[in-house]
Design a protein. Structure first.
Length: 148
């Protein structure tokens, strides 16, 4: 979808690999060398992983982020990506906020590249460590958050 054809606010959706259009939306990114380079490795999917995607249904996503809900009640937010035309539009911040909402009230962790630290910070994440080029971040649940 060309930028001029898109609504001002890109729609977000929560998906899993059981959704009928999952591979239409995410497939081009899962196999993309450009995405792999931007993320520092390929995004992976497995049963039970939740993805927040941005864009029109059935079209390749304009951005996405993965949420892994762990059995111990914690979770990870990972693989945040936006296509080049959506950088600096606030989409990354919207995706992380939606990932937090999809995860529900739980302790979350993330390993974040420098360009997305602000998006995670806006969603309530705090820096734990900066051991290398990636920032390790965490977010404690807000006591006012309701389970989803």
């Amino acid at each position: 979808m060309a930028p001029s054809d898109r609504p001002a606010a890109v729609d977000l959706a929560v998906r899993t690999n059981t959704d009928p259009d999952f591979y239409q939306v995410m497939g081009p990114h899962l196999a993309s060398k450009t995405v792999h380079k931007a993320l520092g490795g390929p995004p992976w999917d497995e049963d039970g992983k939740v993805w927040v995607t941005a864009g029109a249904d059935g079209e390749p996503a304009l951005g996405f982020v993965g949420v892994v809900l762990l059995k111990n009640g914690t979770g990870r937010v990972e693989s945040l990506y936006t296509v080049p035309g959506e950088r600096d539009t606030g989409l990354a911040q919207r995706l992380v906020a939606a990932a937090v909402q999809a995860a529900g009230p739980r302790h979350l962790r993330a390993v974040v590249p420098p360009q997305f630290v602000d998006a995670y910070t806006a969603a309530g994440f705090a820096t734990t460590a900066v051991p290398d080029k990636y920032t390790r971040m965490h977010r404690d649940p807000d006591p006012t958050e309701q389970p989803t």
